[in-house]
Design a binder for this molecule. Structure first.
Ligand code: NI
Length: 270
């Protein structure tokens, strides 16, 4: 994949993401009005661990475009495993891909997921744009509720399919703000709700990364038996700190990411 093609895919992912998170356009505009340009720290993708669609499958086009694997992350309580991909050009976003350990769910939930993944035509799976190709199945509201009862992540994937889950503003590259606290305050003052689970700021300078995120707004999603309003996507903010060698830490912090996953949680108070 050429650099131009890669940029086109990232732009297409951004436009897709805006459909699921209209508030992101507003937030992006607020920062763009106060900064010459913005850097996207990472894009997060979610998938099932079935080989046809797993993390390694979603990673392929990025690896072909010059990305390489960075850290790996385990979230046993959420039945998730994740890796990030990074590019030597630090203006390009890292790609954080998580996958659900499908076999850890109840048998009837596993069966649903297998059925859905089996419906994806191999030619569609093979495209470079597969990671933002959306939903290839038609779940019922009951299917969604069933998955939600055991995995908020599985329910989100069932409802939205393969879409970017969030984009992330890199605070280090801002001229308007230099701390995550000032970013959070700026957003709160404009009526934007942040994910407060475990505190608004996740991580620390000592860990190399501080993160905060909005709480996903509800959007209308069509199910086989009607339309329902459920949490869509969120926007994230990250400040990175130098390691001992002076270079900015480029990885992720498992405990922080675990709390950030809850930004699409239906059940979080709002
Ligand atoms: Ni993230």
């Amino acid at each position: 994949m050429t650099r131009d093609t890669l940029n086109q895919h990232i732009q297409a992912m951004w436009l897709d993401y805006l459909q699921l998170n209209p508030q992101a356009r507003l937030i992006h505009g607020l920062f763009l009005a106060r900064n010459t340009h913005l850097i996207n720290d990472h894009i997060a993708l979610r998938t099932f661990d079935l080989p046809e669609v797993d993390l390694a499958h979603l990673a392929q086009p990025f690896l072909a475009a010059g990305y390489s694997y960075g850290g790996e992350y385990h979230f046993p309580d959420k039945h998730l495993y994740a890796r990030h991909l990074q590019h030597s050009d630090q203006d390009l976003p890292k790609i954080f891909i998580s996958q659900l350990q499908t076999h850890k769910l109840q048998p009837d939930s596993q069966q649903l997921i297998h059925q859905w993944v089996d419906q994806i035509p191999p030619a569609v799976r093979a495209t470079e744009s597969f990671c933002y190709s959306g939903r290839h199945w038609n779940p019922s509201w009951h299917n969604y509720q069933q998955l939600l009862a055991e995995s908020e992540y599985a329910a989100w994937l069932a409802a939205f399919g393969f879409r970017p889950n969030h984009f992330t503003i890199l605070i280090n590259a801002l001229q308007s703000h230099d701390s995550i606290e000032s970013v959070n305050q700026f957003l709160s003052q404009r009526g934007i709700t942040l994910n407060n689970l475990g505190g608004t700021v996740k991580g620390s300078a000592a860990q190399g990364l501080e993160q905060s995120s909005t709480l996903a707004s509800r959007i209308n999603v069509r199910f086989s038996d009607g339309t329902h309003s459920i949490p869509g996507c969120y926007y994230e903010f990250a400040k990175r700190y130098p390691k001992a060698d002076g270079a900015l830490y480029q990885g992720f912090v498992t405990d922080s990411a675990s709390q950030i996953f809850h930004s699409t949680d239906n059940r979080q108070g709002r």
